[in-house]
Design a protein around this ligand. Sequence first.
Ligand code: AHR
Length: 530
Amino acid sequence: MAYTKRFGKIGKMKSITFLALTVIMASHSMSMSAQSQTGTATITFQERKGETTISRHIYGHFSEHLGHCIYDGLWVGKDSEIPNIDGVRKDVFDALKQIRIPNLRWPGGCFADEYHWMDGIGQKRAKMVNTNWGYATEDNSFGTHEFLNMCEQLGTEPYVCGNVGSGTVEEMSKWVEYMNSPNESPMTELRKQNGREEPWKVTFFAVGNESYGCGGNFTAEDYATAYRRYQTFCRNYNRGYLKKVASGPSVPEDYHWTETIMSRIPADMMWGFSLHYYTIPGPWEHKGSATEFTRDDFFRTMAYALNIENAIVKQDSVMSIYDPEKKVAMVVDEWGTWFDVEPGTNPGFLFQQNTMRDALVAALTLNIFNNHADRVRMANLAQVVNVLQAVILTNGSRMVLTPTYHVFDMYKVHQDACLIPTTVETATITDGQWTLPQVNASASVDADGCMHLTIANLSPDKECQVNCPISSDYKRISQSQLLTAKNIADHNTFESPNNVHLSTFDKATLKKGALTFKMPAKSVVMIELK
Ligand code: AHR
């Protein structure tokens, strides 16, 4: 089934072909029993091998010059009456600190391939038209200094996306030099004149975005050639290894793009290879409302979201032909739900609400990333504030944390922990054509020896009795959290910001080597064992 994404008057087109919608289970993680009336699941943990670390960068976010993500979202400027830290909203800053945001991608997305970084430095900034996103005027008041200073204060690693589509090799090369070089040169002099003596430390750098489409409509062959050339001049500047990321395929089942990139670009030129995966549960023109949806819409959303595992497994198998040692990271640097914009808002600004359904998409996706952490070493939810599946929404001086935010808060325990491979035997849930696993899970052990288990119950109306045999190394439940809601479409609003909130989960017991608990319908649980 192929849908065409058309950006209305924005005039941008690309195709998304959805994967076949039978939910394909990766053999390592899950087997499904027949439809169960009781909603039971058994989760078993494999011997800890200590081989795979769940990179904290799986928990990354994405900020594009799009709608109100940057302006009024992250950035209000120093002179704003809204409390801010050097122009960055304080409420948003504090919220991002709380979830330990590990990296932030910027300035796009499609915007990146029209962005000329020199317009966004110095006292006098050139204006431009944001042709991808609503033809809004971009005044470039948020540029390299504002972004990198913000990342530094947040303690998050910047992930900068360079312009291949409409930029030159020289422009990209000088940007990296401006940001990272400690040496004396015209670029570093310019940086100093603009108020920054020491270089920043940009670690992650993408050589273009969606280069098959909005990033320049390259063929795979032409992009591979361009990539090799552009990346050559993105130097390391004594600041450690610059992790360069190549643009990925247009659809998850485009294996030709992957084969071409993997066969033509050696691993020492490419730290990572990008994959974009959006959950869009309807045709492009009618993706569906974020808050008003049927049971069928709900099941379709879960089915599409679960299929990211199929995309990862298949893309990984192609990557592994050329890179069996998994040196090249899969970087899922855009993922999340994409619904119709909220009624009355600018269609080019992609502002959507966020319900308990989105929280389940986030939980199951992060579990899948964790379980494939040997290849998936970075990911970025699209997008951090006010755009698509945002963790934060703002309106004037008000801010609200979405249900998806709370999932990132619960799951931060997995950052840089050691993956514990799990086997999930679960009841299925059924609606019309959809048959899905009721439960999805992942587990890890952190540096202090604490084990963390995160589980999503995808049923909108059925509890699930979960049983987990536990090694005698763990003696007690030291922490447990629950995210659920009365209705699957419940969400937080500026008037009612705590409709969907985290609470303590007191239903789990650890006795005689078995962890048991009953999960409410449509819920996410995090359990810590010591
Ligand atoms: O996240 C919104 C857009 O989706 C990005 O700009 C682009 O890369 C993708 O098509």
